[in-house]
Design a protein. Structure first.
Length: 711
């Protein structure tokens, strides 16, 4: 009767499917007709296995393919299945599936990355290489296999740019060539005249040469006046393989972005003040020229598995990026944060600005992985080194010294025409050189106790020069960065973990009074992880991150330059869970509590002030159901509490929630899908990190439909 009950419910064991089950009695012997028991519906991808919404292993946290349950650190993986079911519009939207992450606003210019993890700035990586400013078409997911989010300091394995991550890592794992031929082409049409054709073609030439090419073009208006976005990317790749552990993969990326610069709206007139600014207002003239950004890269990945116990991995990247940013910027009583008017109740000053930057990157990483396994003790040793050189040059021109561009009363609009404010000659040069060597040992004792110990000898060199002002600063620091963690399997399905890690990065983005020390962070974390046959998986964690040598403005300096003396702390708790009770039903949920604050009183930022943009509470839930073989649909909600706009904590953005839904029909070789974002048409303002303040309005209810064909 037990098996009959399981087959009738179909819930108790999601992996069990019963056919023609019956119980008959003959001569006091119970006979049971055949029962078919199927294992998990695991799909093997180049980035690792995936079962629905669950990726049981990850490469990013250790650079070895390790079960997530054995990694003594919070790590979340967003597999392609989630992106498809939710019909995500971009990387930023997808990151809401991970607790404790505040992603870029899709209106923002790709001239910097404002993603935060646990309250602090995060590094976005592409296949393990830092994206520095994260330029060009950074939202596209057409070439993305999965997104891995590593929380907290990750200083041992990652360098590049200006140093190692201090807040966390968002690693975008590219789709790579596969052995079987397939292709997909489609188009997405939606609200605000969204047009987005895309394609993904995988075509092996033979058993040893595999090709793949994906691309996407996006053109869309916006709920904000004037703002129209055009972006595209192409992602060619080829793998040469002997099908016996030797692989050379070459990945190209060409990416472009163009849009009028959006600077958000001030707090006064939106979330505060005695008047209301039009939510859709674009600050600046209607004929504002576009800002532009581009990114071109060539990445080589060489892997050689000599046997089951020894593997070499060498990666190199050559990249060039650029952004050309033009804005007519508000200046208020609080400076460029501009949350309060400069004159009267509703009048701000205006400054024309032009920012141009171009970067050249040369990076290389090399690892040797060796396994030493016994009956009681097993070890994986990783030894590696990396080198990265970023040459960054550009200028910032404004007409501030000439009195600016005038003033504007945001209750009686009249913006002056934008004019180029300066000569447009590069005068600011930053050379970032980072390199290091590291060793990591993963030890498992009696298949229950997992110990991770690692150390990095990290070197950070930053050479900053401004030939116009004569300001220069150099950083040349060598430091050992440790990492230590322990995970213990209480049962086969439940483990507890604790860990400690450090991060360090240079400070290339500010003018300093004197040569600055690198920024540093330290994280302690503990929690538990569980995985019950990929049907119920998740993690709960508690953490504290201390950040020091943070750049803060020295208000006593006539040039308002920075000093590296700020201190901050983030404490919190998080959980992430995936429940797949049947093959038809998938659910995910997360929640984060974050208390991120300044811990020293320095230059006008009182101790205890909260970090801007970071909500105290945030969470996400999504449910997806497969109605038939062809029909499936999903419903989700994201919510967060209020968040401060600036370091001074004078203004808060709204608490808000937003719902989304998706429905798809797939048959034979075609698929039609529809999605609704902000299903209940909520109106709110969220914190927008432009010069450390301001807000951006919510987008109203938005529809999109996608049609695609594939084989």
């Amino acid at each position: 009767m037990f098996f009959k009950y399981l087959c009738a419910t179909g819930v108790a064991l999601s992996a069990m499917m019963c056919l023609d089950t019956k119980i008959v009695r003959s001569d006091e012997v119970i006979e049971i007709d055949p029962i078919i028991v199927k294992g998990t519906r695991m799909i093997e991808t180049p980035a690792g296995p995936v079962d629905g919404y669950v990726a049981p292993t990850a490469d990013g946290a250790t650079r070895t393919r390790t079960p997530i349950q054995e990694i003594p650190q919070s790590i979340s993986v967003i597999p392609r299945t989630v992106l498809n079911d939710q019909q995500s519009l971009g990387v930023s939207e997808s990151l809401r599936n991970v607790s404790g992450v505040q992603a870029n606003n899709q209106l923002s210019t790709p001239a910097s990355d404002s993603t935060r993890i646990r309250g602090f700035g995060a590094e976005q990586l592409l296949d393990g290489f830092t994206q520095y400013y994260n330029p060009a078409d950074r939202e596209s997911i057409v070439g993305t296999e999965r997104v891995e989010v590593l929380k907290g300091a990750n200083g041992v394995l990652y360098g590049g740019g200006s140093g190692t991550p201090v807040g966390g890592v968002v690693n975008i794992v590219s789709r790579k060539p596969e052995a079987e031929a397939f292709a997909e082409a489609g188009i997405k049409l939606g609200t605000d005249q969204l047009v987005q054709p895309y394609f993904d073609i995988n075509q092996p030439l033979n058993e040893k040469v595999l090709l793949r090419l994906s691309g996407e073009y996006t053109n869309t208006d916006s709920h904000v006046d004037v703002v129209e976005t055009e972006r595209y990317n192409l992602n060619p790749s080829v793998t040469f393989t002997d099908n016996d552990g030797l692989n050379l993969t070459v990945i190209g990326k060409l990416s472009r972005w163009s849009q009028p610069e959006y600077q958000g709206l001030p707090a006064t007139g939106t979330v505060a003040g005695g008047f209301s600014i039009d939510r859709d207002l674009f600050v600046g003239p209607t004929d504002m020229p576009d800002s532009k950004s581009k990114f071109d890269a060539l990445t080589l990945i060489f892997e050689n598995r000599l046997d089951d116990d020894l593997k070499f991995d060498i990666r190199a990247r050559l990249a060039q990026s650029e952004f050309d940013e033009k804005a007519q910027t508000l200046v208020g009583a609080d400076g460029f944060s501009a949350d309060a008017p400069a004159l009267g109740a509703s009048t701000w000053s205006l400054v024309d600005a032009h920012l141009f930057q171009e970067q050249t990157e040369k990076s290389i990483q090399a690892n040797i992985e060796a396994d030493f396994n016994g009956e009681v003790l097993s070890n994986t040793l990783l030894v590696g080194a990396d080198f990265s050189k970023f040459e960054d040059k550009g200028f910032i021109d404004t007409n501030l010294a000439g009195g600016g561009s005038g003033v504007v009363d945001l209750t009686n609009l009249a913006f002056p025409a934008y004019s180029t404010p300066g000569p447009g000659v590069n005068n600011q040069f930053v050379d970032n050189t980072t390199y290091g060597a590291y060793a990591q040992l993963q030890t498992t004792l009696y298949k229950k106790l997992h110990i991770l110990s690692a150390v990095r000898a990290a070197v950070v060199k930053v050479d900053f020069k401004n030939t116009s002002t004569g300001v220069s600063a150099k950083t040349d620091t060598v430091r050992l960065l440790p990492r230590l963690g322990v995970s213990y399997d209480m049962t086969d399905d439940l483990s507890v973990f604790a860990g400690y890690a450090e991060g360090m990065r240079g400070q290339p983005f500010s003018n300093f009074v004197s040569s600055p020390e690198p920024e540093r962070s330290r994280q302690i974390e503990a929690g538990l992880k569980f995985n019950y046959s990929n049907a119920l998986t998740g993690q709960v964690s508690f953490y504290q991150i201390d950040r020091s040598n943070v750049a803060v403005t020295d208000n006593t300096d006539p040039l308002f330059r920075s000093v590296a003396k700020g201190e901050q702390r983030s404490r919190g708790a998080e959980f992430d869970i995936v429940w797949q009770p049947t093959r038809s039903l998938r659910m995910l949920a997360n929640y984060a509590f974050a208390d991120a604050e300044f811990t020293n009183s320095l230059f006008g930022v009182p101790t205890g002030n909260k970090l801007p943009v970071v909500p105290r509470h945030s969470g996400r839930a999504w449910i997806n159901y497969q109605f038939t073989e062809a029909w499936s649909g999903g419903l989700g909600i994201y919510a967060q509490s209020e968040s401060y706009l600036s370091n001074n904590n004078n203004f808060k953005a709204d608490a808000f929630y937003t719902m989304d839904a998706a429905l798809s029909y797939e048959q034979d070789n075609y698929r039609i899908a529809g999605s609704v974002k902000n299903l209940t048409d909520q109106e709110y303002f969220e914190a927008y990190n432009y010069f450390g303040g301001r807000v951006a309005p919510s987008k109203g209810i938005a529809f999109a439909i996608t049609a695609s064909i594939f084989y």
